[in-house]
Design a protein around this ligand. Structure first.
Ligand SMILES: Cc1cc2nc3c(=O)[nH]c(=O)nc-3n(C[C@H](O)[C@H](O)[C@H](O)COP(=O)(O)O)c2cc1C
Length: 322
């Protein structure tokens, strides 16, 4: 049973991808994920200048959901250059460099630095809820604003494929995805954390997170992520690769994300509950399921729900009006 695929000219041994932000910004922690089966690595969001995160506590985790308000801390471009440069020396799996900024100029500035390191893809984070504190609005809430950022990044990275990372906090994510593709994105990563959410400690009567609110990830996010991926696949006619991310814990979760339209599957919060070898566990589970069901290539699962609906005479998912 074949787990490998070539996407935008880049070879992936399996569809699992370390999601941005979960395993830090060092080559050694990325290699640790690769040793444990990750098919690709995404860096934490890289800023054009060093960026302080939030005060602790920044994370609260339960079995069903996690809230984080880490605040996208980053040691700055020199550190990013050193760590990405180190990882690219061995380059065992594709590297996706995730970048962030507060304006088109800031995105362009970090994109120019990152382009010199020749990552396999650049992922443009226009959707982290931290922005709600810094800027009051996410770029990914508005197709025009998202487009302006993507055009500025594309100018700097040239032929390196560019993925736009989207927020679920919009009425029509398909329209936003189309605007991103029109602005030069080659693929979409969906989704970033949702919310933000809040948790309150009963005794102190205070919010548990020092920043009060945090982005929602983990199992509770999965149905929203699956719906977003399905809508993006439908809106873009299944023509662009999607990295489906949000609450993927098991091989069956990954396959569900692929049926919705994902080519690759991001894994983040699951590392805390299933361990760092969640990547190889998910691959084994995919392999077992596909072998039992007679699926020879994992890529045959991509967009499978849409094909099935069509076969049954149902036009589109109809979810826009749900
Ligand atoms: C602690 C933490 C830090 C994160 N940092 C980033 C980040 O720097 N950039 C980004 O694009 N997404 C970041 N994310 C979002 C994840 O990449 C992912 O989109 C989200 O958590 C949903 O996937 P999951 O349920 O598998 O974690 C972060 C998530 C968590 C939990």
């Amino acid at each position: 049973m074949n787990l490998s695929q070539t996407i935008l000219g880049v070879d992936f041994e399996n569809p699992t991808v370390l999601a941005s932000g979960i395993m830090g910004i060092t080559a050694s922690s990325w290699r640790y994920c690769v040793q444990n089966g990750a098919g690709a690595i995404t860096t934490k969001s890289l800023w054009p200048v060093e960026h302080q995160g939030n005060r602790n506590p920044t994370i609260i985790a339960t079995e069903n959901w996690t809230l984080n308000a880490v605040g996208v801390p980053d040691a700055g471009p020199e550190k990013a250059k050193a760590e990405i440069g180190d990882f690219m020396k061995t380059h065992e799996v594709p590297l996706i460099a995730n970048i962030i900024g507060l304006s088109a100029d800031e995105f362009a500035s970090i994109a120019a630095v990152i382009a010199t390191l020749k990552p396999d893809f650049v992922e443009v984070n226009i959707s982290t809820p931290t922005f709600l504190k810094l800027r009051g609005k996410l770029f990914a809430e508005d197709g025009n604003e998202a487009g302006a950022i993507l055009k500025a990044v594309k100018k700097e990275i040239g032929s390196i494929p560019m993925f736009a990372k989207l927020t679920p906090n919009v009425t029509n994510i398909g329209e936003i995805a189309k605007a991103c593709i029109d602005a030069g994105a080659d693929g979409i990563t969906a989704i970033n954390t949702a919310g933000p959410g809040m948790a309150i400690d009963l005794r102190s009567r205070m919010p548990i997170l020092a920043a009060h609110k945090g982005g929602l990830s983990g199992p509770a996010l999965k149905p929203i992520a699956v719906r977003c991926v399905a809508e993006i696949y439908e809106a873009t006619g299944g023509k662009v690769p999607i990295i489906g991310t949000g609450g993927v814990y098991t091989g069956e979760d990954a396959l569900e994300m692929m049926l919705a339209g994902a080519s690759l599957v991001g894994i983040g919060t699951a590392i805390w509950q299933r361990g760092i070898d969640v990547f190889s566990k998910v691959c084994d589970e995919i392999q077992m399921w596909c072998t039992n069901e007679g699926v020879d290539n994992v890529s045959d699962m991509i967009g499978g729900m849409h094909k099935e609906l069509l076969k049954r005479g149902v036009k589109g998912t109809g979810m826009k009006h749900a």
